[in-house]
Design a protein around this ligand. Sequence first.
Ligand SMILES: Nc1ncnc2c1ncn2[C@@H]1O[C@H](COP(=O)(O)OP(=O)(O)O)[C@@H](O)[C@H]1O
Ligand SMILES: [Mg+2]
Length: 332
Amino acid sequence: MKVLVASKSVSVFETLRAMPDVEIEPALTTEEIAKIIPSVQLVLIDFEDVVEYPYDIGMIQALLAEAQEKRGLAWARSKDFLVDPEDWLQQASRARGGRKLPDKLTVAFAAYSGGVGKTTLALDMALHFARRIERPVLLLEFVYGTSALTALTGLEMPFLYDLTSNIDLQPAVFRGVTLVPMDYENCRLLPPEEFGKYYKRQVANHVLTVVDTTWPHGLVRAIQDEVDQWLVVATPRLDAVENAKKLQLELGAKATIVFNQKRGAEDSLALAGMERGLDLPYINRVDEWRGKLGGKLLNFVYGSAWREYDKSENFITALGRRLTHRRSARQP
Ligand SMILES: Nc1ncnc2c1ncn2[C@@H]1O[C@H](COP(=O)(O)OP(=O)(O)O)[C@@H](O)[C@H]1O
Ligand SMILES: [Mg+2]
């Protein structure tokens, strides 16, 4: 069981450490606490120990009340917990949820066709993960020719060839996402095993790895075994649909088709009866990276574990808005 401890009480830590199957998540700022609440079953909190940054304590109390009501989360002050710790753990074991995201996941977007949205979906997904979870997320790109990542982000950053050959060089981080752009012209001269070693090291250091690859690609073999889920991207056009079906067969059981840029009724007709895992809409100003597509994709790959994270985050945002409104309403 996972227990969030937002307290300076040494006895609480010692008591928990002596109990079997308890994983302690310490946190003292309201920011950390809000992030961790969705993934635990018990919260031990002394409000006077909490650092009110960036939210005030009312935000945390509201989050606790919501989680208590919705999924039976147990929470207590340390002095109440210490009266009968066993009883609190029992109570917490009846809480629903408290789901944890897997420690490691690698998702790869692939397609025979260009222009279907591989890079867009990969980047929006990685950025949205970083926005919500703030844990290390990696974006790997496989291209022939010029890098789409550097073009889209407009950043000057180290490329794969230099990253693999110079161990002191660190990849760029863009809004929380580690980016490894590919310079194919240089990389094609090196044996794929060289990249394989570099990639595996990078993947091991990240909770989520998102791969954006054109298919087939000579270097993607280096990480092929690491991929947990292939998302074959298609748009609602007959040729893209046929290509996607072919690639799904080629990639096997780990592959799912994702229909991107779906617009309206005509598309629905064209796609009637086609098997796929997920439909994504055409959206305006997709390059603002607001996470509309990324959120749906994270929901799809992580399932209910992701929904809890997103829910608590939405809740904080909504609450924040309400509080700000109240404050501005008070002004003359
Ligand atoms: N869901 C979407 N809604 C609107 N535009 C999209 C969407 N997905 C992709 N696009 C646009 O389609 C074009 C091709 O997308 P891109 O990600 O570069 O495709 P790929 O990487 O498969 O070649 C880009 O202009 C991108 O902004
Ligand atoms: Mg691309």
